[in-house]
Design a protein around this ligand. Structure first.
Ligand SMILES: Nc1ncnc2c1ncn2[C@@H]1O[C@H](COP(=O)(O)OP(=O)(O)OP(=O)(O)O)[C@@H](O)[C@H]1O
Ligand SMILES: [Mg+2]
Ligand SMILES: [Zn+2]
Length: 428
């Protein structure tokens, strides 16, 4: 790693410089590369997607590919060596102009662009305007932009990026090609972070990386910046505990300990878990939220044949969930989630957090020790089956005692049995 004083955050150091380095957006990368190789690159592109998924990154790579000097025409992968690629990387290219739409949102800002588009590029094939957060432009600014978009000079390209396409007028939308970036799923984040940690020589356990990937919540940039924070905060080796403490997430160990206490209906052990949660300075609301998530995961485990798709977790954790789910019935799990959801709002406005948490776990134990409707039904069935067998034995005995009872079979026993099983029926 670089020395602390010139440390560059991971998200910057790991900004993809080539199309092949972009992850999770193959649908866009392939389309763009095909357009380049077929010489059909449009004049306006809009990249839509949540934060930190690659909009700015892809716009810059596309700019490099179009202006790369390694060939006499645009290339499907920028060389990253030539003067043009280098200048774009350093933000020093005179022909690739990056504008932040949030801070340049007025009509005057857009007029400045309009006045310069007709001027030929200084040293490149194309003059490329990358406008980030384009939805922030004012109505008047959009109108001014529209004029330029309607008839742009052949050497001009516009790449827009937005997290909020609804705020862009339809007149603009209809003049650009739209690309929707995917939110990063946990698997993508997890494997990217593992690869990066290995290349950087960072020591982080797989469980710690999995937790960072979860914290990224669909955004690569967020995942990388959480990683930065854990590295700055933790020791030589990053553990899941470090991540949990840093993010105020509840340690999974405590949750699984608590689950065991609930399954064993051990009230004392459950209260000890609550004490541990609060001693560790964890947030009570977050703890309840984690507990709700845990019971939800157990319920998914019980319901789904392929829970891996619904639970974005490591195989080891899925395994531990599977074991824990065995100790619960579905109806108890849903009852427990209900109970916790009711407790949640009470926590925000009270000082008595410990008591409320204690009460909550005791209620979970109470739910656990109640007989569930499933079990009542099962027991009833067993009882009924027992009485069927007994009734059959009686009939057999009676028939054995009176075998010469004509040709009329004696149904009285069966009728009595049917009436017992279906009370209220009109069997005669
Ligand atoms: N698809 C991706 N593949 C690899 N790294 C990515 C990807 N998307 C984002 N990153 C990482 O996140 C950082 C930020 O990405 P980028 O600036 O492209 O996000 P963005 O979609 O423009 O986000 P914002 O809406 O916040 O502007 C990059 O420097 C890179 O480290
Ligand atoms: Mg961006
Ligand atoms: Zn180049």
């Amino acid at each position: 790693m670089a020395e602390n004083n010139d440390y560059q955050v991971l998200a910057r150091r790991w900004r993809p410089q080539r199309f092949s380095e972009v992850v999770g957006q193959d649908h866009i990368v392939t389309t763009l590369q095909n357009a380049i190789s077929q010489g059909r690159v449009g004049q306006g592109y809009l990249f839509i997607g949540t934060r930190g998924t690659g909009k700015t990154t892809i716009a810059r790579i596309l700019a490099k590919a179009l202006n790369c000097l390694s060939d006499s025409k645009p290339v499907t992968e920028p060389c990253c060596q030539c003067a043009s690629c280098q200048a774009i990387k350093d933000g020093a290219s005179l022909d690739v102009i990056e504008i932040d739409g949030a801070s340049n949102r007025t009509i005057d800002n857009i007029r400045q662009i309009r006045d310069t588009v007709s001027i030929a590029p200084v040293s490149s094939r194309y003059k490329i305007y990358i406008i980030d957060e384009v939805h922030m432009l004012t109505k008047e600014a959009f109108n001014a932009l529209l004029k330029t978009l309607e008839e742009p000079p052949a050497h001009v390209k516009f790449f827009f990026a937005t997290t909020d396409p609804q705020k862009i007028p339809p007149t603009i939308l209809s003049r650009v090609q739209k690309f929707e970036l995917h939110r990063m799923d946990w698997n993508t984040l997890n494997s990217y972070l593992s690869m990066m940690a290995e290349k950087e020589g960072l020591k982080a356990s797989p469980a710690a990386i999995a937790a960072v990937a979860r914290a990224g919540n669909g955004s690569m940039r967020d995942a990388l910046s959480v990683f930065d924070q854990v590295l700055a905060w933790g020791g030589e080796e990053v553990t899941e505990k470090d991540v949990a403490s840093l993010l105020g997430l509840t340690d999974r160990e405590i949750i699984s300990e608590l689950n065991e206490a609930i399954v064993k209906t051990d009230c004392a052990a459950a209260l000890e878990c609550v004490a541990k949660v609060l001693e560790g300075g964890r947030d009570a609301e977050r703890f309840i939220l984690s507990l709700i998530q845990y019971f939800r995961d157990l319920a998914v485990m019980k319901i789904s044949n392929s829970p891996g798709k619904l639970l974005e977790e490591s195989p080891e954790y899925l395994d531990s969930l599977r074991k824990a789910a065995g100790g619960h019935t579905l109806s108890r799990l849903t009852q427990s989630i209900d109970e916790l959801l009711q407790i949640l709002p009470k926590l925000s406005s009270t000082e008595a957090k410990q008591t409320i948490l204690e009460l909550a776990v005791l209620k979970l134990i109470h739910i656990r020790s109640q007989i569930s409707p499933d079990e009542i039904f099962k027991r009833l069935q067993e009882l009924e089956q027992g009485s069927v067998i007994k009734e059959r034995e009686k009939i057999a005995e009676r028939q054995a005692a009176a075998p010469e009872n004509g040709n009329q079979p004696d149904l009285s026993g069966d009728l009595a049995l049917a009436k017992q099983l279906f009370p209220g029926s009109r069997l005669e």
